[in-house]
Design a protein around this ligand. Structure first.
Ligand SMILES: *Cc1c(COP(=O)(O)O)cnc(C)c1O
Length: 332
């Protein structure tokens, strides 16, 4: 086993969504793995990966963490808070505009004392690795040791986070005496899907793991999941046969683009909030949950039990209050 820090509240509960399943007359019984409960301000999937990534950084003697993401990145928020908790300096390279009044995740980044650089989308996309390397060499010249965490902490190290979550699910399924046909998660940088897909196989869950992509397309995620598992395999000399990796993507629910959601996604968020008291976000979990419901209705996801992995993201809802208000004011 690689080095690991105990940072997440684990194990998370696996709970049925019976009022929702009944009200939609869905057929399968829906379950939710509550990874929104991995921590209060740390909520979501990133802290599971960062337990391993930050342990690696400390083992290498890092005193500074550099990472990147969108302006409302959940990964950057979790990293900024964990750096404060561990006494590390945090440097964020964000895609987007600085805000006069920071909101949601960005507000928490600021509160946590992260150093933040903003770049317009085009420059960020074309120069990201150069920007990360530049920051690292600037720190080196100042006598500091900076460790770069890639987007979403999705690489061979981060894979451990959801390998472990799959092991937790194996125990959940034994306790409940069930073998869910499907496990579904939102996928954005691929690491959660990679860990779950690999773990489903290694721990013999007997399910099919699906990532609902919230950006890019199926081909991008097939490639990214393979790359992360390949990195894991070689870093830890795991001897896993990559031929047998069964990556599945539910494409078709990105909508207008990353972090832009249309009315059906906001309606799904409102439905889950009022029937089950669960809060989803418009960037990841709302899109994925909406996609899952549509696929079940279309008869493409069939089974007795289906597990949705709630990967967090609630702070991303607040900066979209205007879209939400516009849609809910037109509701029945
Ligand atoms: C990052 C994120 C995801 C996607 O996870 P990846 O491992 O990056 O694919 C899903 N949901 C939420 C809320 C996230 O913040």
């Amino acid at each position: 086993m690689p080095p690991r820090l105990a940072l997440a509240q684990l194990p998370t509960p696996l709970q049925p969504l019976d009022r929702l399943s009944e009200s939609l007359n869905l057929g399968p019984r829906l379950w939710v793995k509550r990874d929104d409960l991995t921590g209060s301000m740390l909520t979501g999937n990133k802290v599971r990966k960062l337990e391993f990534t930050l342990a690696q950084a400390l083992e290498e003697g890092a005193d500074t963490i550099i990472t990147c993401g969108g302006v409302q990145s959940n990964h950057c928020r979790a990293t900024a808070l964990l750096c404060a908790q561990l006494g590390l300096r945090c440097h964020l390279i964000l895609r987007g505009e600085p805000a006069a009044c920071p909101d949601g995740n960005l507000m928490l980044d600021v509160l946590a004392g992260a150093h933040i650089d903003f770049y317009p989308a085009r420059e960020y996309q074309s120069r990201l690795s150069a920007l990360l390397e530049q920051a690292r060499s600037d720190y080196a010249r100042a006598g500091r040791h900076a460790f770069i965490i890639p987007t979403g902490a999705s690489d061979g190290i981060g894979v451990w986070g959801y390998l472990n979550a799959a092991r937790e699910l194996a125990q959940d399924f034994i306790a409940l005496n069930m073998t869910p046909e499907h496990i579904i998660c939102a996928t954005g940088s691929g690491g959660t899907q990679a860990g779950l897909t690999l773990g489903n196989q290694l721990y013999g869950l007997g399910s099919t793991v699906w990532g609902v992509n919230v950006c890019d397309d199926e081909a991008w995620f097939l490639n990214k999941v393979r790359a992360d598992v390949t990195d894991w395999n070689s870093r830890y000399q795991a001897g896993y046969d990559l031929q047998s990796l069964d990556t599945r993507v539910i494409d078709g629910y990105v909508g207008p683009g990353y972090a832009i959601a249309e009315a059906p996604v906001f309606h799904a968020i409102a439905l889950l909030a009022r029937t089950e008291g669960l809060i989803l976000d418009p960037v990841y979990t709302g899109k994925a949950f909406h996609g899952m419901i549509e696929e079940i209705r279309a008869g493409r996801l069939v089974g007795e039990n289906i597990v949705f992995v709630h990967t967090g993201g609630s702070f991303g809802l607040f900066p979209q209050r205007e879209q939400l208000a516009g849609i809910l004011s037109h509701a029945e």
